[in-house]
Design a protein around this ligand. Structure first.
Ligand code: FES
Length: 154
């Protein structure tokens, strides 16, 4: 099915003719589309007459750009020092198992959850910590993970 880029067109129009636009423009496109697919990047390249390699280069270099579609809920597992010494690895393993994540994938097949690692969630006294969307769960044990995830399976 053809992707509808009419909203992207409106974003691109506001950047046309300006300099130093690549990062803010791609951020805005990502906000609109949820992520930057290959097709979308090619579309932007053609529409803005920017080499596709330049767009791919920027999108793959900066971690704020998402190149894959994300799940409905974002699960952040903290791998910062305080969490690391409090069994963050065990928490992550429990998440991977409960989410039945395929190898080398961080989004569930039903597109309900995307799992990502973060450096510190800013609440180290609660280590180990995860965040699901904007809710924080701390002082976790691996056994608690399935029940927490179940609250978000809707
Ligand atoms: S190290 Fe995990 S919240 Fe700070």
């Amino acid at each position: 099915m053809e992707q509808d880029y009419s909203k992207v067109d409106a974003i691109l129009a506001s950047y046309r003719g300006k300099k130093g636009i690549l990062i803010p423009m791609l951020q805005e496109v990502q906000n609109e589309m949820g992520y930057l697919s290959r097709d979308c990047m090619k579309y932007v390249a053609k529409a803005m007459q920017i080499p596709a390699a330049e767009i791919f280069g920027v999108a793959t270099f900066y971690s704020m750009f998402r190149l894959k579609q994300q799940g409905k809920h974002i699960v952040r597992v903290c791998k910062g020092t305080a969490c690391h010494v409090s069994d963050a690895d065990g928490i992550k393993s429990a998440l991977v198992e409960a989410l039945k994540l395929p190898k080398d994938e961080n989004t569930t097949e039903d597109m309900m959850f995307t799992l990502m690692e973060v450096a510190c969630l800013g609440c180290c006294s609660l280590a180990p910590v995860i965040m699901i969307d904007d809710m924080t769960f701390g002082k976790l044990v691996p056994e608690a993970i399935p029940a927490i995830l179940d609250k978000f399976r809707f």
